[in-house]
Structure formats: C-alpha cells, structure tokens
Design a protein around this ligand. Structure first.
Ligand code: ADP
Ligand code: MG
Length: 269
C-alpha cells in the first residue's frame, strides 16, 4: 500500500492475486450473541462461492457485513485490496464517512430473499434507477442495458409491468437483473430462492447459473445443495459463527472433513 498526498493510506496495489473480497478474522456480536467469531475467507475474480450452514450460523451476517449493512466489531474486510468501512487516520482505524462507505457499497450488489423491488415502480424503473441516479448513466443507456438484461432472462415483455403483476420467480429474476445492471465487482446473494414456491426455484437458479457462466464474481448463501455442487467453484461451511470448511465444491461434497459437515450434508441431502 502507498500513501496518497494527504497522508491517508488509501490506494492498495491491485494484482491478479488480490482477492475481490478478503475477510480477515471478522467478529460481530449482537448483544451476547457472537454472530461471527473470527471469520476469514477470500473470493477471487470470477469465482462463485457458496456459503452453506445451519440456520443461525452467521451466513446472513457475513454477507451483510461485506455489503456494509452491518458494522464489524473486529478484524477487517477488503474489496480489491481496499479496506472496507474504515480509514486509517494518523495510524488509527476510524469508521469511514457515510459518503466513503456509500462509494464502496456501490461496487457491490446484494440480492435478498424478499426481492425488495419498489412496488410503485415498473420493472424498467426498478432496474434503471440506480444506474441513472447513483452511477451517472444516461437514461437512454440505462434503458438499453436494462432491456438487454431482461431479454437474457426471458422477461423483455415485463419491462412496463409492476412487481405485483409478476410471479415471485419473475420478481426475483428482476431483482437479479437490477443487481447486475450497476455492473458490480461482486454480487452477493442471501438465500435468493428461500421465499419462493418450490416450482419457481429452478427458474431463479437457472438465471444465477447463467450469470456464473458469464464470469461474474458471486457469493451465494444458499440451501440448494445441488446448485452449490454444480455451479459453485468453492463451498464454505459455517457453524456457530465460524468457517468450518472452505474447499472446492467437489471435495466439499464428496469428502467432507468434519463431522459437522457430514451430519449437515446427510440431513440436507
Ligand atoms: P444465518 O443467516 O446463518 O441463519 P444469521 O447471520 O442471520 O444466521 O445469524 C447469526 C446469529 O446472529 C444468530 O444467532 C442470530 O440470531 C443473530 N442475529 C443476527 N442478526 C441479528 C440482529 N439484527 N439482532 C440480534 N441478533 C441477530
Ligand atoms: Mg440467513
């Protein structure tokens, strides 16, 4: 890392080996509850990493910390080598200004379990709002890009529809398009299919698989073991706020190292 002219250390040197996301010994408590108890993991460019684990193991907290929806109590996180949420001032780490934090958040996109589309906006407006008003795209360019992405997921004819006129699966595919439309460094998913009726799960997984194949860097919290096995490059198993296993997908499923993961796979499979 090097110091800029103001003396703040801000510009890391980015190499091919620099992870897109690097989580180091991150701790997060809610009252007495240790949600993350020293979590370390990295995600490299173009990788798809699935995060699995029982309910309450800290999966959502981890992706919410990465997306800076939660502040961490200890450890550090880096995006392309740049410290997330904190800046170093006179040798001390201080929480970053809200505008600095927003600048970092804009480089990531999260897809939630509950879609979170704005109900009073059309599909097209839901998708183009951030590119135009946050990222400075022209309305025409944002529209063209949105229509192109909708076409790819088979929803061109829904551009002018309102979310309530779409099925849950269609709404989630729109939410994914919205997340991709800002061209983020990394896409974060928190159980994107858990709120869907079973017959709508596959269309959303297909959309995610398609994205994975275009080389998107993705972190996916999911209970869909088959998706994790077939689409993820790497799987991370969490329990009690810790990473228990972090291995290539095949090894993860075929040769689990811990009793906890063996039990989890046996119960979920
Ligand atoms: P997972 O997504 O793996 O189910 P979470 O990250 O949601 O797990 O939760 C991890 C732990 O932190 C759980 O014990 C949960 O109850 C607790 N927790 C998460 N969010 C909050 C919160 N906002 N307030 C209090 N406790 C929380
Ligand atoms: Mg969760």
């Amino acid at each position: 890392m090097s110091a800029d002219s103001s003396g703040l250390i801000v510009q890391p040197k980015v190499t091919d080996e620099t992870p897109v996301i690097e989580v180091s010994d991150v701790r997060k408590r809610f009252g007495d509850q240790k949600a993350l108890d020293g979590v370390s993991m990295s995600v490299y460019e173009g990788e798809v990493v699935a995060i699995l684990g029982p309910s309450g193991s800290g999966k959502s907290t981890l992706v919410r910390c990465i997306d800076q929806l939660e502040t961490i109590d200890g450890g550090s996180m880096r995006l392309d080598g740049e410290l997330l949420g904190y800046e170093r001032l006179g040798g001390h780490l201080r929480p970053m200004t809200p505008s600095g934090k927003q600048r970092q958040q804009r480089r990531m996109s999260m897809v939630f379990q509950q879609f979170n589309l704005f109900p009073h906006w059309t599909v097209l407006r839901n998708i183009t709002e951030a590119p135009v008003h946050v990222h400075g795209a022209t309305p025409a360019a944002a529209r063209t890009r949105a229509l192109e992405l909708l076409e790819r997921v088979g929803l061109s004819d829904k551009a002018d529809a309102y979310p309530r006129h779409l099925s849950g699966g269609q709404q989630q595919r729109v939410a994914i398009v919205r997340a991709v439309a800002v061209d983020p460094r990394i896409l974060l998913f928190d159980e994107p299919t858990s709120a869907l009726d079973p017959e709508l799960v596959d269309e959303v997984l297909q959309t995610m698989k398609q994205l994975a194949h275009t080389g998107r860097t993705m972190v996916v919290v999911t209970h869909e073991l088959e998706f994790a096995r077939n689409v993820a490059d790497r799987c991370v198993f969490m329990a009690d706020g810790r990473v228990v296993e972090d291995r290539p997908a095949d090894a993860f499923f075929d040769d689990p190292q811990s009793e906890r993961l063996r039990t989890f796979l046996a119960r979920s499979g």
